[in-house]
Ligand binder design. Structure first.
Ligand code: FES
Length: 123
C-alpha cells in the first residue's frame, strides 16, 4: 500500500492528536482508525487502540511534547517510537507520515510493529 491522505496540516495544531479513519474508500482492507499527532517537529501516527485495554489513543492527551497519555488508564507511550513507560518491552505500532503541500499522508504498511511485553502488576 502507499501513502494515503488523511488530513490537512491546518486541521491539527502542535500538541494535538486526533483519530483519522483510513482504508474506508472501497479498498480491499477494512477501515482502520489511526491516531495522528502533531509535535513541534512534525506529524506522527500510531495505532489508535491502546495495547492495555483498547482505549483510543487519538482521544488521549499529548504530554511533554513527545508522549501520548491513554484516556482510559493513563499509560504513556512515546509517540515517535511507540514504547510504553508503564509496561517495559511493550510498544504500539507506529506508521510513517509525510506531508505534501498541506496534505498529511500515512502509510499503513510501513513503520514498526506493536510488541506486547510482560504485563505489569497493575490494571
Ligand atoms: S486502555 Fe490504555 S491504559 Fe488502559
Amino acid at each position: 500500500m502507499a501513502f494515503e491522505p488523511v488530513a490537512r496540516t491546518s486541521q491539527i495544531k502542535v500538541g494535538e492528536c486526533r483519530i483519522v479513519e483510513m482504508g474506508s474508500h472501497g479498498g480491499p482492507t477494512a477501515p482502520r482508525r489511526i491516531a495522528l499527532y502533531r509535535l513541534a517537529d512534525g506529524f506522527y501516527a500510531t495505532q489508535n487502540e491502546c495495547v492495555h485495554r483498547g482505549g483510543e489513543l487519538g482521544d488521549g492527551i499529548v504530554s511533554g511534547g513527545s508522549h501520548v497519555v491513554c484516556p482510559l488508564h493513563q499509560w504513556r507511550f512515546d509517540i515517535r517510537t511507540g514504547t510504553c513507560e508503564v509496561a517495559p518491552g511493550t510498544r504500539i505500532r507506529t506508521y510513517p507520515v509525510k506531508v505534501e503541500a498541506d496534505v498529511i499522508m500515512i502509510d499503513l504498511d510501513g513503520g514498526t510493529p506493536a510488541v506486547l511485553g510482560l504485563p505489569p502488576d497493575q490494571d
